[in-house]
Design a protein around this ligand. Sequence first.
Ligand code: 3PY
Ligand code: MG
Length: 255
Amino acid sequence: MKRLLNRLSSGGPVPFAWSGLTDPRYLEMIAGYAFDAVLLDMQHGFFDETSVQNGIATVAAKGKAPLVRIPVGRWDTASRVMDFGALGVIAPMINRAEDAEAFAKSMKYVPRGERSFGPSHAAATYGVSVPDYLDGIDGASLALAMIETREAVAAVDEILAVDGIDGVLIGPGDLSISIRQNRIPDAYGPDSIDAVKTIISAAKSAGKRATAFALTPEHANMLAGLGADMISIGIDETYLEKGVAAHLNELNFVS
Ligand code: 3PY
Ligand code: MG
C-alpha cells in the first residue's frame, strides 16, 4: 500500500489511466501499461457497486493504485469505495467549500473527518494490518475535488483550504462548457486555459496536488509543462480506437 501511495506522490507528473469499462480482463490489461494508477469512473462510466469492488481488486492485484470517480454528491460511495480498497477518490462538481468539506469528511477518519470504521477489507487488499492501514491511509490517500465550473474556479482557494482535501482535479470539458456557456466542450481551449492556469497555481500555492484529465497526449504534455502533478491520459474509446486503427492501417486490403 505504501509503495503504491508513494508512487502517486512521486516528483514528476504521475500518468494514470481513465476507464469506465468494467470487464476484468480489460482492466487487467490497462493496468499492465506504464500507468501508476487506474481511475474507475462511476460518474459517467459503467461502474456500479459490485463492478467497482471487483475493479479495485483487479487494479490493486496488478500493483497499480486504484482511484475511483464517484457520482456527484455521493459521499456514502466515497467512504464505501475506500472500504473496498481505493487509494484515492475523485469527486465531480465540487463548486464550493461546503461540498469539499462534506467530501473530505467522508474520506478521512477522526480527528480530520467522519469516515465510519470498516477498514478490514481495504487493509487485507494490501496485506497490511488494520492498525497499519489506519495509521497510513488518511495522510496518503487522495481526496481530489474536481474543479469544472466557473463557480468552482472562483472558490478554488477556499476549496483547497479545506482540511482533508488533498488536491484538485481539472475537468476540462465541463469547465469549458461552464465558462463558454455552450454545451459543446472545448477542453483546454482559448476561453478556459486561463482558468486552468489559475487552478494549477492555486493548488501549488496551497501546497496541494494539481491534477487533471487529458484526452490527448498533446494536452497531457501541455499540462506537464504547466506543472500538473498527476495527469490522466486517454479514455477507453481512445485506447481502443488507436489500437484498432493501427491494425487496420497496416492492412493492404482495407482502405
Ligand atoms: C470533464 O472534462 O468535465 C471531466 O469530467 C473529465 O472526465
Ligand atoms: Mg466533468
